[in-house]
Design a protein around this ligand. Structure first.
Ligand code: PLP
Ligand code: COI
Length: 355
């Protein structure tokens, strides 16, 4: 076994920090100075390294390109006005990456190496963590197959990497969603619960059609009947109906979101009734028609809490209540910002302080 606590670090000679305009960041287009790389060969993880963020060369026969053994995570580091910085529930991302790895027939990344890599990289590039109220350093851990082989089989070789990207808010305004009654993001028995790259690839065409019709995102429904709500784009989805918080129960076609889990824990703490169960589109739209649908929002790492302004189904558009009236999602939004900026007591021990 290699001594994984020793990461071979070569810091960059040409930092891009000074020339980066943090006021004009486009989500996912700017990358911090360094990246973490660790290869898996001959059944073992190899020496972990940190290098400057750079291109890499790959064989055209790399199996990830052909058969899609590729998984990723998304998490964020936050910094407050006093320079204190840290990560939100990184332990959950580590576990989820390994659940995805198992489903995709890939080796697990040892949790201690992942945490060492993550914390070392974020500390090294701490000056890249923006301080703005809605800003953070988005962190992208990912694992992919590197065999030079085009036979269809699980690869023997892999690469695990992490790079980071300073970001501002993902959605600038509340989103208009459309119920998807034809295409499917994930089917029963498939890979929807895993953060597998292919899930995203398959969702792009239906999402493009919805964009062309003027919607921001899709509200995915179950693959069998297209009757039950699953999630929305890159977010889990929640509804407040008659004072209760409703969200689709987890299944193998829904991503087990860390924001989703955190929201459920919080609202339960606040004494609110929560139902995790199958939720039909009809139930939500009927509630909207009868003015009982008080709030609808998506939740996810990139999107945080994203208000849903309207839901369209079969050309009929249901406009939801004004954002100012949405007590739960507003309260969640402020709670998460205050927690991530270390302004309130961290009752659940969700923040990992790195400063
Ligand atoms: N669902 C999908 C498909 C996602 O890509 C994400 C984003 O990570 C989520 C839900 C929300 O998960 P999390 O809160 O862990 O970011
Ligand atoms: C995240 O919220 O971390 C996601 O994975 C969404 C992303 C695909 C931008």
């Amino acid at each position: 076994m290699i001594d994984t606590t020793i990461i071979d670090i070569q810091t960059t000679q040409e930092s891009r920090l000074a020339e980066t305009n943090f006021d004009e960041l486009i989500f996912g287009r700017t990358f911090a100075d360094h990246m973490f790389v660790m290869d898996y060969k001959e059944g073992k993880w190899q020496k972990p390294t940190i290098r400057s963020f750079q291109n890499m060369s790959m064989s055209p026969a790399s199996s990830v390109i052909h058969y899609g053994q590729s998984i990723f995570e998304g998490m964020k580091a936050f910094k407050n006005e006093n320079g204190k910085f840290g990560l939100f529930r990184p332990d959950m991302n580590v576990k989820r990456l390994n659940k995805s790895a198992e489903r995709m027939c890939m080796p697990k990344v040892p949790e201690d190496i992942f945490m060492e890599a993550l914390t070392t990289l974020v500390k090294l590039d701490k000056d890249w963590i923006p301080k703005g109220e809605y800003s953070s350093l988005y962190i992208r851990p990912f694992l992919f197959a590197t065999d030079e082989y085009i036979g269809v089989k699980a690869s023997d070789n892999y690469r695990f990497m992490i790079f980071t990207s300073p970001v501002n808010a993902y959605y600038a305004k509340p989103v208009n969603v459309k119920v998807e009654r034809h295409y499917t993001r994930a089917a029963r028995g498939g890979t929807g619960f895993a953060k597998a790259a292919g899930n995203y690839g398959g969702s792009l065409y239906p999402a493009r059609l919805a964009n062309q019709q003027g919607y921001d995102q899709l509200l995915w429904t179950d693959s069998k009947e297209h009757k039950f709500i699953e999630e929305s784009g890159t977010m889990n989805v929640m509804f407040v109906i008659d004072g209760k918080l409703l969200t689709p129960s987890l299944s193998d076609s829904i991503l087990d979101g860390i924001t989703r889990r955190s929201v459920l824990e919080l609202v339960r703490d606040w004494g609110m009734e929560v139902e995790e169960r199958r939720i039909s589109v009809e139930e939500v739209l009927k509630a909207a028609e009868e003015n009982r649908l008080q709030e609808a929002f998506g939740c996810g790492t990139a999107a945080t809490i994203a208000h849903i302004a309207s839901i369209a189904d079969d050309e009929k558009v249901y406009d939801l209540p004004a954002i100012e009236t949405r007590e739960i999602s507003q309260r969640l939004q402020s709670y998460f910002i205050d927690l991530k900026k270390f302004r309130i007591e961290d009752k659940h021990n969700w923040m990992l302080d790195l400063s």
